[in-house]
Write a protein that binds this ligand. Structure first.
Ligand code: SF4
Length: 361
């Protein structure tokens, strides 16, 4: 149901003036900075994004540089953030901006929406924050906050519910501070009316208006149907070492973690005895085998349950399917040139690196 949110505007703006976190892209809301930060912030928390954002902007200070950078370097800069298609789309969009808009990001909501990787929320965020256009920017945080304020148990996964909220926000968004208004909602959702755990209603600037608070329905909002359980997959990860180099291979160009580098492995969990048998059958002579722990990585629809082994090899076999498509790289090369996704972090860390080399905290 449509709701009149008009009353919240001055409270949110004043709260934002005093409580907004200082962020590089907020301090200097150049369209390119806002765009990069919004793409990084999809699925990633602000605190985690800060370091990546600074490093990315230092390496690729403008849209032209992003359009021209080699894909491997781009993916290396994105390493640790996950969801690598975001980086690929960012580059595709930068190439279009250079070709069709003389290297300047357009400020129009619909033009932004036509670029790869920019959906309704991101187009609204860029248009309002960087170009002061009065357009809503509705993500999960904003949906939660607004539905709680309205005391509405509507199913927020329904498109009609989001569309209705869009119209409600469009009606009240202040023409002189649209970017601040959208950010105040996002900030309230991130800092006060939080997604997991108890919201800090005591410090909420709209507590006196919030229906969920007064009707004691906070726990019921936002209302969304339970997700299907994720598929579980088991794997054994092999960190194969030969003469101080490690075997890595590129993943397929489509599907999960497309085109990124990984350690070879087997799509089942093997204990030490099974692994030894497997290696022998693959013609691999191991000088030493060390278990390097278990790890779990959660993607949106699937979970990997992995166990890892560090295998020092005596010699390279002439013919082994495991080694068909691998390259051998030293630890420094892997650090600087090859993007190995977070899913393999436990094994990568365990064997290869002193993390201080990465300059990412
Ligand atoms: S009063 Fe509580 S539930 Fe309502 S918007 Fe504020 S933090 Fe969220």
């Amino acid at each position: 149901m449509s709701y009149d949110y008009g009353e919240i505007v001055p409270y949110l703006l004043t709260w934002f003036d005093y409580n907004a976190r200082i962020l590089a892209w907020r301090d200097n809301p150049k369209p390119y900075y806002v765009w990069v930060s919004e793409i990084m912030l999809q699925q990633t928390r602000v605190e985690a994004v800060k370091g990546y954002f600074d490093r990315f902007i230092k390496a690729l200070p403008n849209i032209q540089a992003l359009a021209e950078v080699e894909e491997d370097k781009l993916l290396k800069l994105w390493e640790g953030l996950g969801y690598y298609n975001r980086a690929r789309n960012l580059q595709k969009a930068a190439q279009i901006v250079v070709r069709d808009y003389a290297g300047e990001l357009p400020g129009d909501y619909h033009m932004l929406l036509s670029l790869p990787g920019i959906g309704e929320y991101t187009a609204g965020a860029i248009a309002s924050i960087a170009f002061q256009k009065p357009v809503p920017a509705i993500d999960g945080n904003v949906l939660r906050v607004m539905k709680r304020i309205a005391g509405s148990t509507d199913d927020i996964t329904r498109l009609s519910v989001k569309k209705e909220l869009w119209t409600d926000i469009e009606r009240i968004i202040p023409k002189d501070r649209p970017g601040d208004f959208n950010q105040s909602l996002m900030e309230l959702g991130a800092m006060v009316c939080v997604p997991n755990g108890k919201p800090d209603c005591e410090h909420c600037p709209v507590v006196h208006i919030c229906k969920a608070f007064h009707e004691d329905t906070i726990a019921l909002i936002p209302n969304k149907p339970a997700k299907k359980p994720r598929k579980k997959e088991e794997r054994t990860i092999l960190v194969l070492e030969y003469q101080d180099k490690y075997a890595i291979r590129r993943r397929k160009q489509n599907g999960l973690l497309a085109g990124l580098w990984e350690f070879p492995g087997v799509e089942m969990k093997l204990n030490l005895k099974e692994l030894k048998r497997e290696l022998t059958s693959q013609g691999i002579l191991a000088a030493e085998i060390q278990p390097i722990g278990d790890a779990k990585h959660i993607f949106s629809h699937v979970e990997w349950h992995m166990t890892g082994y560090h295998i020092k090899m005596k010699e390279l076999p002439n013919n082994s399917p495991y080694l068909d498509s691998v390259i051998w790289a030293g630890r420094n090369e892997i650090l600087s040139d090859y993007s190995i996704p977070n899913a393999y972090e436990t094994f990568r860390k365990n064997i290869l690196f002193n993390e201080e080399n990465l300059n990412i905290k």
